[in-house]
Design a protein around this ligand. Structure first.
Ligand code: AMP
Ligand code: MG
Length: 499
């Protein structure tokens, strides 16, 4: 591995993916664009990465639009496969190019990838390009997820290409610069397994463990312990989605990061009114990736990883399958553990009691029946418990105000009794709740408003939304417009892949 000298802009490439067998990538360059222009630049992230914001602002667009390679970059498209809506396909980066791995000042290794940078050997019939709207959308939602504390790829820049991309109509083209712990996917393992070469698969496993799970390196049972570790991170991740009302929308195995980050923001969106069967994506006709299905789909995706790893598992194949099945079956309890800790935190609870899962699930049922806004409900609950301490009569008032909502006043009584068994006061519980229940999420209407304005050249709504999303847990006057969800009875929100 050769450490490259740091460039003036601060790029410090040290590329390791190219050390894998060549079947895993194709060296290829971004296609130059007509007029590179900087649309969004993530100053805070740039600084964290050790990049010089001034230089990026003045000349960075050429790099972010793919017209110039930063020193040390070794551009390539990664090969991978994946189950898309249940069907296996060979894929690869059809419109993305990995510039290389950058080392941050604290020696973290991150992928720097351009998305929308032109055709690659894996483009199939696609044009390799991306439209401005979906790239700004990924920028907004991924940065929103980061502020919510949920593992995610990051967005460093959106650059204009000065060219149109043809979708149903011509749209302004753009390129997103994505920063990720890596872009190794469940689909990367499926790709290696489908090639049927155990050596490739073993090398991919060793590389991935070295990069993301170094603590496992000396294990004799690497495929199994690796699988267990990936399962744990995925269970944790999906529990966090479920607790914040996030619908990924396209949980194909090629969109599952081995490092456990949320990746590939396409038709994703956040719940407004709670309904477990919510689907936003226009192409998810069967509701395969509906909100409530996300944990079981995660387990299904992990089964595909296990199938790939079986090829290089120690011992006889039958025993290996049995061992993988055994690990896979721990998914539910692993997920439940993460989910329940998070659910309790949302309700101001620091301890775990046997009946707690029922309390949370009952609340979800009430939300569903009364069409309550998922995010706002927890904000209201925190306010209510605080108020009830100041004014013991408040419980009755809540009962009156919300008494017409199916069962909510009874539920609130039960919950108050449960919180009363916690150490500290109700005010303390409310304070705790406010550290985990966001006031601001990337609301569908606000995201849409920002994108429509951006497409006609007005970036102000995008800037304001990005600013509000930086402090999701603080309720301020300026942030008020971003707190409200869609009005009950609004048209269902529908998202498009935009590819
Ligand atoms: P996605 O739905 O974004 O996860 O993409 C699924 C697959 O389609 C990946 O292999 C992408 O690289 C590829 N793809 C998506 N959009 C395009 C495009 N405009 N041109 C070429 N390939 C694309
Ligand atoms: Mg994808």
């Amino acid at each position: 591995m050769t450490i490259q000298k740091k460039s003036d802009a601060g790029w410090c490439f040290d590329n390791s993916f190219t050390h894998l067998p060549e079947v895993f990538f194709s060296s290829t360059k971004p296609e130059p664009v007509r007029h590179a222009g900087q649309i969004l630049l993530n100053d805070t992230l740039a600084e964290d990465l050790g990049l010089n914001v001034e230089i990026l602002r003045s000349t960075g667009a050429q790099v972010f639009a793919g017209n110039e390679m930063p020193p040390g970059a070794m551009p390539l498209a990664q090969a991978y496969a994946g189950h898309q809506f249940g069907h296996f396909t060979n894929l690869g980066d059809g419109r993305a190019i990995l510039l290389g791995e950058h080392l941050t000042p604290d020696k973290q290794r991150v992928d720097v990838q351009l998305k929308g940078s032109g055709r690659t050997p894996y483009s199939r019939s696609g044009d390799g390009r991306a439209a401005l709207g979906p790239m700004i959308r990924e920028y907004i939602i991924s940065e929103g997820m980061e502020s919510l504390g949920i593992p995610t790829t990051r967005s460093l820049s959106v650059a204009a290409t000065g060219e149109s991309v043809l979708r149903t109509t011509p749209l302004p083209g753009a390129i997103l610069t994505r920063i990720a712990t890596s872009h190794i996917r469940v689909g990367t393992f499926q790709y290696a397994a489908a090639l049927g070469d155990k050596e490739n698969l073993s090398q991919l496993l060793a590389y991935t463990v070295d990069r993301h799970y170094p603590e496992l390196q000396d294990s004799d049972d690497l495929p199994f312990v690796f699988f267990e570790a990936v399962l744990d991170r995925q269970a944790d991740l999906v529990s966090q989605w479920m607790l914040v009302g996030f619908v990924h929308g396209v949980m194909n195995t090629d969109n599952v990061s081995i490092a456990g980050e949320t990746i590939d923001y396409g038709p994703c969106a956040f719940l407004d009114t709670y309904h477990p069967e919510t689907v936003f994506s226009s192409i998810d006709h069967q509701g395969r990736y509906a909100f409530q299905n996300q944990p079981s789909i995660t387990q299904w995706n992990l089964a595909r990883l296990a199938e790939s790893l079986v090829q290089i598992a120690p011992g006889n194949p039958e025993d290996a399958v049995g061992k993988f099945v055994e690990i896979l079956e721990t998914f539910s309890s692993c997920y439940e553990k993460y989910f329940q800790i998070g659910a309790n935190a949302k309700l101001g609870l620091t301890t775990l009691e046997k009946e707690d899962s029922v309390i949370y699930l009952d609340l979800l049922k009430i939300m569903e029946e009364s069409q309550l806004d998922f995010t706002e409900t927890f904000v209201i609950l925190a306010n209510s418990i605080e108020q009830s301490e100041v004014d013991p009569e408040f419980t009755k008032v809540v009962g009156k105000v919300v008494g017409n909502l199916v069962g909510l006043s009874d539920w609130i009584e039960r919950w108050y009794q449960r919180v009363a068994r916690e150490p500290g006061s109700f005010v303390d519980a409310a304070k705790r709740m406010r550290t985990v229940n966001p006031v601001i999420i990337p609301r569908n209407l606000k995201v849409e408003e920002a994108l429509v304005a951006a497409e006609s050249g007005d970036l102000e709504p995008t800037y304001r939304l990005l600013e509000a999303l930086k402090s999701p847990f603080s309720k301020t006057k300026e942030n008020e417009p971003y707190q409200k969800g869609a009005l009950p009875g609004s048209q269902p929100y529908c998202t498009f892949c935009g590819t």
